[in-house]
Design a protein around this ligand. Structure first.
Ligand SMILES: [Zn+2]
Length: 471
């Protein structure tokens, strides 16, 4: 094919009789090239391997350009750190629930969101074998990256979530240069409450610091409504800017400490509020680098991400004073995909190792010694929960609840498979007909005369490229 196309193009280039003809030929030639370009684009898109190779080549070329100290907005993002091919020790296969220890489970999805991505670290990184625990009822990745592999994924975290461009100051996962640290300190100097009437330009402070105060204010309101504490010791795990801790310090005279996920956030918390943020979070071997008991631990979106969630909860329980409290926010509710609007593959981002329902979160916390005293949602899919340190209590999900959720998960998986773009369906070729049959019989989908899948009304799945707002 390429030869005959090339032959036709060459024929166009041969000299012809007059000027009009040759201008015409050039125009047609340009048209042909444009069509050829589009075909190449399409081919490249369809061929993941080629894209990966091109990407790697681009990275190698970019790596020659020093990026340190460059914080200019809109500049090229530095290339993500390379992820080496994985080996067996890069993965653990869980044979029991990582929170309650129950060994019985139901596989509800083999794949994570890498199934939908063009650039993935490797084929094996797509498989997490998400399983529904028959004990506490959480959903957990039964296959998960550990050690070097997990750290490399995290280092390319922005990239691995499919974001493009330069990460923001809050979510820059890389190591900071002294220049970048100084830049954050300079921006933090005016504080988080810069009034617009002073005429200060946005480039002279951190407008995101005010946004974060406003965004986290509901947690301060809730904590002050549920608890009355006098000069408590408070730790926040995964602080964004330190806004919650600063508010608790003002409200209760609290002594506050933070743990951040990236150096960028560590620098922001220290510079904006002068709050100690002495270590970065270790998602595998979580540790609290502060001596003494805490009265309250505030935890942002951590159970969802923990590589060892049982160990995470045990470490917090050990650091809490008797009767101390754990406040969790941004823990993911499975309603995000059981609630029919999103493909579960797009929800299962490769950093989400646990997903909950309100009842399964309650049982999971109880298993590790936390009695829930309040559980609610900050929006449809993000849960907030206050629990008190107590004696561990195991409980098993009632049979009816297990049956219902297993059924919902089968339906969600079927719809997620049917919503896949054609070029990503090959992983499900063997069961495709059964999936279609189940979806049609249950009334979730119909098939038109040309074999195309139509989803019934509101159950239509969102596009797989939909942006994920929680990381
Ligand atoms: Zn469990």
């Amino acid at each position: 094919m390429p030869e005959s196309l090339l032959g036709r193009l060459l024929a166009r280039l041969r000299p012809s009789g007059n000027g009009t003809d040759s201008a015409d030929a050039v125009r047609k030639l340009e048209q042909k090239f444009s069509q050829l370009d589009k075909k190449l684009d399409l081919l490249t898109k369809r061929n993941q391997d080629d894209r990966l190779i091109l990407r790697r080549v681009a990275e190698l070329l970019e790596r020659g350009v020093p990026a340190a100290g460059d914080t200019t907005e809109g500049s090229e993002a530095p290339p993500p750190p390379p992820i080496r091919p994985s080996s067996r020790e890069d993965w653990v296969e869980l044979t029991a629930c990582p929170v309650c220890g129950e060994t019985a489970s139901t596989l509800i999805s083999e794949y994570n969101r890498f199934l939908l991505a063009d650039d993935v670290p490797d084929e094996s990184s797509k498989v997490y074998n998400y399983s529904l625990c028959h004990g506490c009822g959480i959903v957990y990745a039964a296959r998960r990256p550990v050690g070097r592999r997990f750290r490399e994924l995290l280092a390319g975290f922005h990239e691995n979530l499919g974001r493009v461009g330069r990460p923001s100051a809050w979510l820059n996962p890389g190591a900071l240069s002294e220049g970048e640290r100084q830049h954050i300190r300079n921006l933090a100097k005016p504080g988080s409450l810069v009034s617009e009437h002073t005429g200060t330009t946005d480039k002279a402070w951190m407008p995101g610091a005010l946004s974060d105060r406003l965004a986290t204010a509901p947690h301060v309101v809730l904590l002050s409504s549920l608890l009355t504490l006098d000069k408590p010791r408070v730790l926040e795990v995964r602080s964004r800017s330190g806004a919650i801790l600063d508010a608790l310090r003002r409200m209760w005279g609290a002594s506050v400490y933070a743990l951040a996920i990236f150096e960028s956030q560590q620098e922001v918390v220290r510079a904006l509020y002068g709050i100690p943020a002495d270590a970065l979070i270790d998602f595998e071997n979580f540790q609290i680098p502060y001596e003494g008991a805490f009265d309250l631990v505030v935890s942002n979106h951590m159970l969802t991400h923990s590589v060892r969630p049982g160990h995470y909860l045990d470490t917090i329980a050990a650091a809490l004073a008797p009767g101390g409290h754990l406040y969790l926010y941004n823990e993911m509710d499975e309603a995000e995909f059981l609630g029919e609007t999103r493909s579960m593959f797009s929800v299962f981002n490769p950093f989400h190792l646990q997903i909950f329902s309100p009842l399964s979160l309650t049982r999971a916390l109880a298993a590790r010694g936390f009695e829930v005293i309040f559980l609610g949602h900050s929006d449809r899919i993000h849960m907030i929960c206050l629990a008190r340190k107590a004696a561990p209590a195991q409980s098993t999900m009632p049979k009816g609840e297990l049956k219902k959720r297993a059924r919902q998960y089968t339906a969600a998986r079927d719809l997620s498979i049917l919503a896949l773009p054609e070029h990503r369906r090959s992983a499900f070729a063997a069961e495709w007909d059964q999936v279609v049959e189940r979806a049609v019989l249950s009334g979730m989908a119909t098939v038109d005369a040309r074999g195309r899948i139509q989803f019934s009304g509101a159950r239509r799945k969102a596009k797989d490229s939909e942006e994920d707002t929680h990381v």
